[in-house]
Design a protein around this ligand. Structure first.
Ligand code: BTN
Length: 271
């Protein structure tokens, strides 16, 4: 491929981070970078380990969706974290990660994406980046053993690189900015930002919460909340201290939504 954006192991071997990305493994092809971390963690848990693949054959998104991951096009990266916090605080990590990713993208590209609650990064009203957070619990105690944070950034994709089900809602850095940064530089900055987040979690909550609220594009928008119990309509009116979405229902009551799918009308062409 002409002008291929090759991931460079040398450039990712001395990031100067405290924990995240001190050890980076690069692969040409994996089923999923999240799966690779899980396989390696069966015996030994290596806090901060990062796995990056040029392409994935079984990339996974939230709620069992596929995450199409053509080689050379996107950045597919996972890190293993063992945050020191109470189990109930872990649910905030995915929102913190969205803030960290905004920091990294702004540093590399000069534009700060918005966040569609809870953790999609959005540019020009379309999805630029998704986060899949998976948790491994200890069977005996029920306590978290580790967290795998998987990040997929659309970098060089053109319309035909996205599957038909996301082509209308997805955007790459190349499409949004006319040119894309190298994936190595982007990966390095993301690992640095996730390391800063890891150091700050959970004590710097106010700082991350403020920035999450500033970036959250869902606020003020009509939302549809899809749950097993049924679908409800309302308006997103705030983000509470636990990063849950505050929704005012049509009957005037307000509820904090932290689980269930929230579809936001007006973003990504949802109606
Ligand atoms: C989503 O938008 O639903 C989340 C997408 C997360 C995709 C990333 S790519 C790297 C890591 N490996 C996976 O299989 N998924 C995540």
């Amino acid at each position: 491929m002409l002008n291929a954006d090759v991931l460079s192991p040398e450039a990712l071997s001395h990031l100067g981070t405290q924990r995240v990305g001190r050890h980076v493994l690069l692969f040409d092809l994996l089923d999923s970078t999240n799966n690779e971390i899980r396989r390696r963690s069966i015996d030994t848990v290596e806090n901060g380990l990062a796995v990056i693949a040029d392409g994935q054959t079984g990339g996974r998104g939230r709620r069992g969706r596929n995450f199409l991951s053509p080689a050379g096009k996107g950045l597919y990266l996972s890190v293993l974290l063992q945050p020191c916090c109470a189990p109930h605080e872990l649910s905030m990590l995915t929102a913190w990660a969205a803030v960290a990713l905004c920091d990294a993208l702004e540093r590399v590209c000069g534009v700060r994406p918005g966040i569609k609650w809870p953790n999609d990064l959005v540019l020009n009203g379309q999805k630029l980046c998704g986060v899949l957070t998976e948790l491994e619990l200890e069977a005996e105690t029920g306590l978290p053993r580790y967290v795998i944070l998987g990040v997929g950034v659309n970098v060089h994709q053109t319309e035909t690189d996205f599957g038909p089900e996301v082509a209308d809602i997805a955007i790459s850095l190349r499409q949004a900015l006319g040119a894309a940064p190298g994936r190595t530089e982007l990966a390095a900055e993301i690992l640095r930002a996730l390391d800063a987040m890891d150091q700050a979690f959970p004590q710097a909550r106010t700082h991350y919460l403020e920035r999450y609220r500033q970036a959250c594009l869902t606020l003020g928008k009509p939302v549809t909340v899809l749950r097993a119990a049924g679908t409800r309509h309302g308006t997103a009116v705030g983000i509470d201290e636990t990063f849950a979405l505050l929704v005012r229902w049509e009957n005037g009551e307000t509820e904090a939504v932290s689980a269930g799918e929230v579809s936001v009308r007006g973003l990504y062409g949802y109606t």
